[in-house]
Ligand binder design. Structure first.
Ligand code: ADP
Length: 265
């Protein structure tokens, strides 16, 4: 722990008595450190694609000016780098909005079964490209929660996208919605959405840190797949806002399961 100490003479004691005040600033210090790390991380993540872009712009204006083949190749790389920056800025904005709203209770009445279906539908094309079968196991009837439709859609989009990204071609990603009459965590009814993949998985020692911003099990692989390292941090904040629970399980070589449990209206 870190303490800040201040001393002041006790009134009427003519200086022989001093009041010492100890203030625990551990949390403040930690918050400062987290903020500094975050700024350093963001700067680094933005600088890498920016440096590449600047280099290619220079080359296109100079050495590669009259080389049509090189130009096409460089433009393709520049597009990829610009898209990376775009995704990063989009995720940063999302994260900051979600964090600032975390204490406000969402008010919409949302059918989780329909929402999960709608979130999965546009991802079928990505699944097809990755040769992953997207399997949906829904609940027969609608299950309503009090929530924010856009944010919950983002939760399941991020989780299903990760399942496809880190899954293995030729296997499937299962999305299952289960209603529970008595969810222990809420002492009432709940709904659980499991996103299960049969991909590479990871050592469970990473689980406690996985929802930290920019924490990645394998940075190289994440970047190669176009990841920003912010997806699970966004998921965690949204689930917190909905007073839900977020659970992660994984085994190397077997796959992973990401579960979101929400209180039912
Ligand atoms: P990223 O943009 O890097 O995918 P996320 O915040 O979504 O960032 O995930 C953080 C890290 O967690 C990833 O870099 C990856 O190492 C790991 N991860 C997330 N989902 C999965 C999954 N389904 N299978 C294996 N690893 C995963």
């Amino acid at each position: 722990a870190t303490f800040e100490v201040s001393a002041s003479p006790v009134e009427g004691s003519s200086g022989e008595a001093v009041l010492l005040c100890f203030e625990d600033v551990t949390q403040l210090e930690q918050a400062g450190e987290i903020r500094r790390d975050f700024v350093a991380n963001v700067s680094h993540e933005l600088k890498t694609p920016l440096t590449a872009l600047l280099g290619f712009i220079e080359t296109l204006g100079g050495a590669a000016r009259d080389d049509a083949q090189a130009r096409d190749r460089f433009l393709a790389i520049m597009l990829r780098e610009a898209e990376r920056m775009n995704r990063l800025v989009r995720d940063l904005l999302s994260l900051s909005r979600v964090e600032s709203e975390e204490r406000m209770r969402p008010t919409e009445r949302v059918d989780i079964v329909r929402l999960v279906n709608n979130a999965a539908a546009p991802l079928r094309a990505i699944a097809d490209d990755a040769e992953v079968e997207l399997e949906l196991i829904g609940h027969k009837a609608p299950v309503f929660v009090q929530g924010d439709e856009d944010q919950l859609t983002q939760v399941f989009t991020n989780l299903i996208e990760n399942g496809i990204k880190y899954g293995t071609s030729g296997t499937k990603v299962t999305v299952a919605v289960t209603y529970t009459h008595r969810e222990l965590a809420f002492r009432g009814p709940g709904v659980r959405v499991d996103v299960i993949d049969y991909g590479e998985g990871f050592d469970p020692v990473h689980i406690p840190r996985l929802t930290e911003r920019f924490y990645r099990v394998d940075s190289h692989r994440s970047r190669e797949m176009g990841g920003t390292g912010l997806g699970l941090a966004i998921v965690k904040h949204i689930v917190n806002r909905h007073r839900g629970r977020f659970r992660i399980e994984s085994q190397i070589g077997e796959g992973s399961k990401f579960s979101v449990v929400l209180p039912v209206d």
